[in-house]
Design a protein around this ligand. Structure first.
Ligand SMILES: Cc1cc2nc3c(=O)[nH]c(=O)nc-3n(C[C@H](O)[C@H](O)[C@H](O)COP(=O)(O)OP(=O)(O)OC[C@H]3O[C@@H](n4cnc5c(N)ncnc54)[C@H](O)[C@@H]3O)c2cc1C
Length: 400
């Protein structure tokens, strides 16, 4: 039999109030916060680390995958492009020359609009963009509970160095990557059944230059697994939602990193590790089971409620309209999700989880939260107009 105690009840202060609370400051949270704040909303962003960017900075995943379709056409615009450009605005990487000036799709067809960046410089640039837009960033702050009434979240309970307190909210954007707030609120969620392979990406300093080591390169959705690919993937899988298991994963990735370093050293290559990921490198864990669940077979499908376009980083061609229904459910009216925990099938997850797509859904959520707070009956035309004004393309026929 399990052991339980009853946590003593106590009063906590309402420490702040805001229009939009963004939970999590990864790429999706940054995009959401920027979009809502620039439309005049009071935004508080709670981030449990002391750096913004999430996996894309603290997780050392510093490859901004393509904003284009691989056939020379840009697909994702506005904040998704801004964050890409900001990631290298102080150096550490470069926008591909063919995407710096106007060129025809034919000329750009073999050059994808993507880049590698320095995670530390990117984090600071994204942080500065948010403070310039008036976003209040609360670092070292975990969203740990919510208080709701009549299907609306009224307060978000947070814990940080000051203790436990509440923030009064009009709406909430769950950009935690793991749909933490969505699960806490009782909104429907789904888990990634196959679990995550062990990843241990890190940088070393070799011959005066940074070198990226991509240990645990990529995963293959169940649907596309074959006998041959099975051998490429580690048998131990991590669900990513259990504290003990996350610690086990981090311990194992540190061990893998050390073994990799030793291999280099034995060969006489002094590839000294420069930095280490401070959040576990999990790809897919838990997501919203929303009003709509997008599948990878739905490229070029028109959705009247589209809030942006994303491409497939793995191959040229497919472009997806992202329905607003993938960002919200029906139980909690003033909650949206953004980033790697939106409502998609397992096969689509491998496409929608990457950095540019997280920026697209983040911006869409931020703009929606600036238009209203009951997302089950939002004025969608107003959301789409505002996104268009930002330069977002909503339907595939707008880019062809
Ligand atoms: C090994 C690996 C390789 C990858 N390779 C690439 C690649 O090459 N290119 C690419 O584009 N993408 C890649 N990805 C995917 C991509 O990095 C992520 O999916 C994307 O950055 C996720 O962004 P996000 O904002 O949705 O979530 P996250 O980056 O997970 O951000 C969530 C943030 O929320 C915070 N948070 C979580 N819970 C709470 C809470 N309760 N309260 C407050 N804060 C909280 C976290 O600290 C974090 O900062 C890779 C991922 C992995 C793991």
């Amino acid at each position: 039999m399990e052991n339980f105690i009853v946590e003593p009840q106590k009063q906590i202060p309402v420490a702040d109030t805001c229009d939009v609370l963004v939970a999590g400051g990864g790429v999706a949270g940054v995009a959401a916060a920027l979009a809502a704040a620039r439309r005049g909303k009071r935004v508080v962003l709670c981030e449990q680390q002391y750096i913004v960017g999430g996996l894309a900075t603290a997780g050392l995943i510093a490859i901004y995958l393509p904003l284009c379709d691989g056939r020379g056409r840009q697909v994702s615009f506005s904040v998704a492009e801004e964050l890409l450009r900001l990631s290298v605005c102080e150096g550490g990487g470069e926008v591909p020359a063919l995407w710096q000036e106007p060129h025809t799709p034919e000329e750009r067809a073999h050059c994808r609009f993507k880049l590698e960046y320095n995670p530390q410089l990117a984090a600071i640039a994204w942080e500065q963009a948010m403070t310039a837009a008036g976003v209040r960033i609360l670092y070292g702050t975990s969203v740990c509970a919510i208080d709701q009434a009549d299907g609306m979240i009224r307060h978000v309970i947070v814990e940080n160095k000051s203790g436990r307190s509440a923030i009064a909210v009009k709406s909430v954007i769950d950009a935690t990557g793991d749909a933490d707030v969505t699960a806490l609120s009782g909104e429907e969620t789904a888990r990634f059944g196959q679990g995550n392979v062990l990843a241990a990406w890190y940088y070393s300093f070799t011959g005066g230059k940074p070198r990226m080591h991509m240990l645990g390169f990529s995963d293959i959705p169940d649907k596309y697994k074959t006998k041959e690919t099975e051998n490429l993937l580690s048998p131990r899988r991590f669900g990513g939602l259990d504290a003990e298991e996350r610690s086990e994963m981090v311990l194992a990735s540190h061990k893998t990193l050390l073994e990799d370093y030793r291999r280099f050293r034995e060969k006489g290559d002094e590839a000294l590790p420069m930095t280490i990921a401070t959040i576990p490198q999990v790809r897919m864990t838990r997501r919203l089971a929303g009003d709509y669940t997008l599948d990878d077979t739905e490229s070029f499908t028109r959705f009247e409620d589209s809030v942006g376009l994303i491409s497939d980083w793995r191959k040229p061609g497919p472009v997806y309209e992202v329905p607003f229904g993938t960002l919200h459910g029906s139980r909690v009216k003033n909650l949206l999700t953004a980033g790697r925990c939106i409502s998609v099938t397992d096969a689509m997850w491998d496409i929608s989880r990457v950095i540019p797509c997280c920026a697209v859904t983040g911006e869409a959520a931020g703009v929606a939260a600036s238009v209203g707070s009951d997302f089950t009956q939002i004025n969608l035309a107003a959301v789409q107009d505002a996104l268009r004004q930002n330069g977002v393309a909503l339907h595939t026929d707008e880019i062809f």
